[in-house]
Design a protein around this ligand. Structure first.
Ligand code: ZN
Length: 207
């Protein structure tokens, strides 16, 4: 069986060396033969699923985050040329090109999207096929940077790792920038409806 854990809007997935350290509240507890324990607690919308190998394709989260047939931005095969080719001729808006089950890459979440397009200085409603080579390059660099920094800093600042060590990556753009001004141009940050969700962005920097 495969255990799929997706605490989409918050939660804690923790590994405990003994039963004594297990918290009172959890949604799933897995006890291992060496008496160590894994607990999962979701604090908002999220998903816990156990699936056999041949069922994995049915899982939206698996297809979005782990599909081995789709390019992963942390893989060495994720080159600018490959990424660029996938963008060219793709008529969809960047959100669905980068996030979700139809995306050309795996592993990018809703919360990574505003961070990436802000760093790439691209408007959240741009279409992939409209981007020129410089813009495609900026987008590629922004994806690499965000993922590299998230990994280096042990994840986002509101999340914890298996050992309850808090992450320290703060997104350059996202709900944390609500009611604030852009640190680059001081324009008031705005919220936009994109692809069934909200995206914070700088109306001056992102064109
Ligand atoms: Zn700005």
């Amino acid at each position: 069986m495969n255990l799929i854990l997706a605490p989409e809007y918050g939660g804690k997935v923790l590994y405990h060396t003994s039963e004594k350290a297990v918290p009172n509240k959890f949604h799933l507890k897995v006890k291992f033969s060496d008496d160590t324990v894994l607990t999962v607690r979701l604090t908002s919308m999220g998903l816990i699923q156990a699936m056999k190998d041949n069922e994995l394709e049915r899982s939206y989260v698996f297809r979005r985050d782990f599909n081995p047939e789709v390019l992963s931005p942390i893989d060495e095969k994720f080159t600018f040329d490959r990424f660029s080719k996938l963008l060219t001729g793709n008529n969809r808006m960047l959100k669905s090109v980068l996030v979700g089950k139809e995306a050309i890459v795996v592993g990018l979440s809703n919360s990574a999207f505003p961070d990436i397009v802000y760093r790439a200085r691209l408007h959240p409603k741009r279409k992939a096929s409209e981007l020129n080579e410089d813009e495609r390059r900026s987008l590629y660099d922004a994806i690499r940077l965000v993922l590299k920094e998230r990994i280096r800093l042990n994840g986002k600042d509101q999340f914890y790792d298996l050992y309850e060590k808090q992450g320290s990556y703060t997104p350059a753009m996202g709900p944390n920038m609500k009611q604030q001004n852009c640190p680059v141009c001081e324009t008031h940050i705005k919220k936009l409806s994109v692809g069934g969700g909200h995206v914070y962005f700088c109306p001056k920097c992102q064109v």
